[in-house]
Design a protein around this ligand. Structure first.
Ligand SMILES: Nc1ncnc2c1ncn2[C@@H]1O[C@H](COP(=O)(O)OP(=O)(O)OP(=O)(O)O)[C@@H](O)[C@H]1O
Length: 307
């Protein structure tokens, strides 16, 4: 985490914070070629401007091969939905995008995850820096048992972000998460006093307070009622203007409503061993996946015949 290359000055957001780079450039090129080759061959429509490209991504938990050979790209300022039956590896793939799997002692990741052209698993990469730029919101709202203000200020403080005015930053993050009007008069109150939906928006404010350019969401609405869910979906549509979003959801209507592209995963048997493993079946524009999927397994799943 010392040198800063020219490439780092581009879209990774590094120039904005003058942070050192988080990965070695170059390995992206192979994945990028694959990506363009797929487009040129007239296959599925892939994002023209990817923030992430995964190349032969494999994840193991101990000896268990959880996901196999995932090649995916995630478009800038797009919402990409990861869908599929339970256990197909959606959350595992999501966690690879900001190295959250590092926190699981048995997890091992193979293949490449390029982020703006840098391998986030490169030797000199600081995972903390990765997670600052690639924020995450979890299934269950998980505010810290602190004040609303301190929840939002937490990330900038612990990562040592240079901030002119913390008050302004907190207001801007809460505004970005569509929560400011509801909490501006009780910023010192404990966050646990908020409703579930408000808590989840607070978690989104906490995630965007460190000025990431990607927000990963792991079933962010599964613990919320329909009205709170609708608010989060509306918020996602707004956030898309400023961030790249990847969402894992069990709710196919939600994927169809909010996302630009959808990746459908399923559990398959490996031909060599018969072991079960998660695999990407189809990735395309969301309208294509839901209106005329290319793969029978996708069609069976979205029509409710399987999973
Ligand atoms: N920490 C872990 N240790 C061991 N195995 C794990 C771990 N996390 C996930 N797995 C296994 O890896 C596979 C993929 O799990 P993952 O949670 O990524 O799937 P998912 O599609 O997100 O599932 P769900 O929709 O049920 O949340 C499953 O077989 C799961 O049991």
């Amino acid at each position: 985490m010392t040198d800063q290359t020219e490439t780092d000055q581009t879209e990774s957001g590094l120039a904005r914070t003058a942070q050192p780079h988080i990965g070695r450039p170059g390995r992206h090129s192979a994945a990028s070629e694959t990506h363009h080759a797929a487009r040129d061959e007239g296959k599925a429509d892939v994002p023209p401007d990817p923030v992430f490209v995964t190349d032969k991504l494999n994840v193991y938990y101990g000896n268990f091969h959880a996901v196999t050979d995932v090649d995916l790209s995630f478009g800038k300022n797009e919402i990409t939905a990861l869908i599929g039956p339970s256990g197909c590896g959606k959350s595992t793939v999501l966690r690879c995008l900001n190295r959250m799997n590092d926190l699981i002692p048995t997890a091992r990741v193979e293949g490449t995850v390029s982020y703006h052209g840098h391998d986030i698993y490169g030797e000199r990469v600081d995972p903390i820096e990765v997670r600052r730029r690639i924020g995450m919101v979890f299934q269950k709202p998980n505010p810290f048992p602190k004040s609303i203000y301190d929840n939002v200020a937490y990330g900038p403080r612990v990562t040592g972000m240079k901030v002119d005015s913390m008050d302004d930053l907190v207001e801007s993050a809460l505004t970005g998460a569509a929560l400011w009007d509801e909490v501006k008069d009780k910023l010192k109150q404990n966050a646990n006093g908020l409703s579930g939906g408000q808590q989840q928006r607070l978690c989104i404010a906490r995630a965007i307070a460190t000025t990431p350019d990607v927000v990963l969401m792991d079933e962010p609405c599964s613990a919320l009622d329909p009205i709170a869910t609708l608010k989060i979906e509306e918020l996602m549509a707004e956030l898309r203007n400023r961030y790249t979003i990847v969402i894992v959801t069990h709710n196919m209507q939600q994927a169809a409503r909010v996302s630009d592209r959808t990746a459908f995963f399923s559990v398959q048997q490996k031909s060599e061993t018969g072991d079960r493993t998660g695999a990407l079946v189809e990735f395309d524009k969301t309208t294509k996946i839901f209106e005329s999927p290319s793969d029978r397994r996708t069609e069976d799943y979205i029509s409710g015949r399987f999973g």
